[in-house]
Design a protein around this ligand. Structure first.
Ligand SMILES: [Zn+2]
Length: 71
């Protein structure tokens, strides 16, 4: 009787261990993906243009080139 209870408890904890481990691993992967996605989104959200005068890439929102002042 005690052996059966002990065996059942061991199996329960083994299953619980794998469930928790899988959940933690998925959570870490999701957090990592969301972090990468955020970085990509930031890069994509900034529209860049190249200055025709000096060739420097700068934010398209700048009315003038921050390097040479070409507008
Ligand atoms: Zn320029």
């Amino acid at each position: 009787m005690e052996i059966q209870i002990s065996l059942g408890a061991s199996l329960f904890f083994i299953v619980l261990y794998f469930v928790v481990k899988t959940a933690v691993r998925n959570g870490v992967v999701e957090a990592h993906n969301s972090m990468d996605g955020g970085d990509d989104e930031d890069e994509d959200s900034i529209a860049m243009t190249t200055c025709p005068n000096c060739g420097r890439c700068h934010d398209i929102d700048y009315p003038k080139c921050p390097r040479c002042g070409h507008s």
